[in-house]
Design a protein around this ligand. Structure first.
Ligand code: SF4
Length: 217
């Protein structure tokens, strides 16, 4: 599925979700890649049920034409927020991601656009990638995951080396110059002490923190 909706932790075709909600707008999620430079312990890709369903596993990564066609098949009146999220890390296909963002901005200028990311694109591409999102995103949601590099690495198991945690935080700070809303996220299952430490880090850096419920089945 390139475009999907999330209903109570389940992923469904956007059109089916809209039918069930009868008239209520839904967030539309955009899935452009299976690839990621992390291997998080909680990643949906490693959950048994998800592997069995393969519902978000892209047999072929979509071209920009396919993504454009998928959007063209959607009734914009049914759409609340557009969220680039997916099964993998969207910035792994940076050019396609940027083309898709431009496409949505042009097609649906009134819609809020959010990117959910691991925040490692600047480290991965060895350049400051935050300016690329100027005027293309309303919100960027970055996975903070932990309060220190050691814990971060044990959770994300990223291939990008020991500087990844600091690089992710620097990317977040850069994003504040180009994107109206920057939100760091953690899950509520990491423990009270760790949550407090994450709050402190965000406070010190002027970053907004969202603590979201951990969803696994
Ligand atoms: S960064 Fe996201 S897609 Fe990548 S392994 Fe972690 S949870 Fe999965």
């Amino acid at each position: 599925m390139i475009l999907y909706a999330a209903e109570k932790g389940k992923f469904t075709e956007f059109a089916d979700a809209v039918k069930r909600k009868s008239g209520e707008k839904c967030n539309i999620y955009v899935n452009i890649t299976n690839k990621c430079n992390c291997s998080c312990v909680f990643c949906l890709r490693s959950l048994k049920k998800m592997q069995e369903e393969h519902s978000l596993w892209l047999k072929e990564e979509p071209t920009i034409e396919k993504i454009r066609q998928a959007f063209a098949s959607i009734n914009r009146a049914d759409v609340n927020e557009v969220v680039f999220c997916g099964f993998g890390e969207p910035t792994m296909r940076m050019e396609i991601l940027l083309d898709s963002l431009r496409c949505v901005r042009t097609m649906w200028p009134e819609k809020k656009i959010r990117l959910n990311t691991n925040g490692l694109s600047s480290l991965y591409y060895e350049k400051n990638t935050a300016p690329l999102f100027k005027n293309l995103l309303d919100v960027i949601s970055i996975s903070l995951n932990a309060s220190n590099a050691q814990e971060y690495h044990s959770v994300t198991r990223t291939q990008l080396g020991t500087g990844a945690y600091e690089a992710m935080l620097n990317f977040a700070a850069e994003c504040m110059r180009y994107i109206p809303e920057v939100v760091m996220t953690i899950v509520d299952s990491i423990g009270a002490e760790e949550i407090e430490a994450c709050k402190k880090i965000c406070r010190e850096r002027g970053l907004k923190l969202r603590i979201r419920p951990y969803e696994a089945d």
